[in-house]
Ligand binder design. Structure first.
Ligand code: ZN
Ligand code: ZN
Length: 192
């Protein structure tokens, strides 16, 4: 191998290496520019970030990767959306009728003031609102409401239990005067 061809070979390899490094260097600057553009709106800091990579090359890239903002603008936007959604769900959560504190839908009793919030279905165990007389999940009437095909008039009437109590009380009040009349005949018999 004569010295001229070996020199040419070395020059060729050197030129190839230099060309590769230059292209790699330019690609790094382009990448840094695209990356900082997705993370920051400030044009001055964008230029500064590209300058660090341009002047310091690979160490500059390491410095840029350490100092760049953690989230991209898109991720930041998603993050604020999530925070807003979370805040909204907190604001929309119902309040305890007893103490006014925020409660969750799955709670049966308020842990703060012990107000009864919901009742479990005695058939399927799912929670239902206190005024409900029928489980919306399994269709079982709540205890005390076992009659089926109940009409609106029947539902509006006072409960049969209360009627029974009234009818039981009335005869007792009629019977009350009788014990007063009872003692008189024995008193008469005593006097005789
Ligand atoms: Zn409460
Ligand atoms: Zn049920």
């Amino acid at each position: 191998m004569d010295p001229l061809t070996s020199n040419n070979l070395i020059l060729g390899v050197a030129a190839w290496v230099i060309a590769f490094v230059v292209v790699f260097w330019i690609s790094l600057m382009i990448w840094a520019y695209r990356d900082i553009r997705s993370r920051l709106r400030d044009p001055l800091i964008r230029v500064l970030a590209v300058m660090i990579v341009a002047l310091l090359f690979l160490p500059g890239l390491v410095i840029y990767l350490i100092l760049r903002p953690q989230r991209t603008l898109e991720e930041e936007y998603q993050h604020t959306l999530e925070e807003e959604a979370l805040l909204q769900s907190i604001e929309e959560s119902p309040l305890c009728p007893g103490c006014g504190r925020r409660i969750r839908d799955a709670w049966m009793v308020c842990p703060n003031c012990h107000t009864r919030l919901r009742k479990p279905c005695h058939q399927c165990g799912k929670l239902m609102d206190i005024p409900w007389n029928l489980c919306p999940f399994c269709g079982t009437p709540a205890p005390g409401m076992r009659r089926e095909n109940i009409t609106m008039d029947e539902a509006l009437r006072p409960l049969p239990v209360e009627q029974d109590l009234e009818t039981e009380l009335e005869p007792q009040s009629e019977l009350l005067p009788e014990p007063e009349s009872d003692p008189t005949p024995p008193a008469e018999s005593d006097s005789e």
